[in-house]
Write a protein that binds this ligand. Sequence first.
Ligand code: PMP
Length: 345
Amino acid sequence: MANDYLNKHNNLLSLIGCTPIVKLNRISQSLQGQYYVKYEAQNPGHSSKDRIALHIINKAEEDGLLKPGDTIIETTSGNTGFSIAMAATIKGYKCILAVSSKSSQDKIDLLKTMGAEVHVCPSDVAPEDPRSYYEVAKKLHQTIKPSIYINQYFNALNTEAHYLSTGPEIWKQTEGKITHLVACSGTGGTISGTARYLKEQNPNIKILGIDAYGSVLKKYHETGELDENEIYSYKIEGLGKNLIPTATDFNVIDKFTKVTDKESALMARKIAVTEGMFVGYTSGAAMQGTFQLNAEGEFNQNSYVVIIFPDHGSRYMSKIYSDEWMKAQGFFDTVSNKEDKKIKE
Ligand code: PMP
């Protein structure tokens, strides 16, 4: 077991996965049933993306596509970039990341710190423009040989990583008692892979997806159509999408709910002061979505709900954990200090 402290580890990679589930005690008091979170910040790279980075790299090694010194390429400034850079450093590969110019300098510095070569690409060009980060990554993959392109939105191994690890862990940790899974959907790898495993064990487990206002996933799940009217900009990073990722298996998801930037940010802060958990923006989104699903009558007193909290709060200090940023977004408009204090009591 990766999380047995008596084990000696040859490197950080054997600490990936086997994250704990932790009971919610205070924030969930008004909800029906019992609630556990799958605490993915416990991964050595502080997010669930460690699982996919390791699985995809291991598979490429098994298939003879990577040997020491080769290059791994991806388009991300987020958690996946950090996880790939960490695994590449440990295993002796080069890591090149094509990132959008929208990415904060903090994130770019973090990826460089982990040894990645970072190409900053303009965010205001179409995906098919040769300057876009998609096209830059593709070009790098074609010109640098040998290299692999992780392509997480369209890579079935992303989903498989969660089918092989997150799903079985949750099943064992809940001793098969889980009735509902709540998970954010970005690439859809986490929710789809975990759901596929859980539904194989018990098809009655309900899989509830969290999407963002400004993303197409919920509507696509309901209608089978990509509705461009659903697309507009939003702040939550890693949640939702403006295209349909093949890593998402919409058939294993029962229902989506959409959350707002503001409510998700406030909820992340509430999680910190009620449960002592310092988690990322999408953990706030998942918790906010859980409250909405409860209000929609999804749960009852027998519900045993597992909510995936994908990452750690440290990556959001200049955003949701900055009072200045929150004020600038207008997110403090309706929550007074008094209410903030009430939350803490
Ligand atoms: N939360 C965060 C912080 C993420 O970076 C991601 C990945 N984009 C997700 C949630 C969603 O996970 P997935 O891509 O597996 O759907």
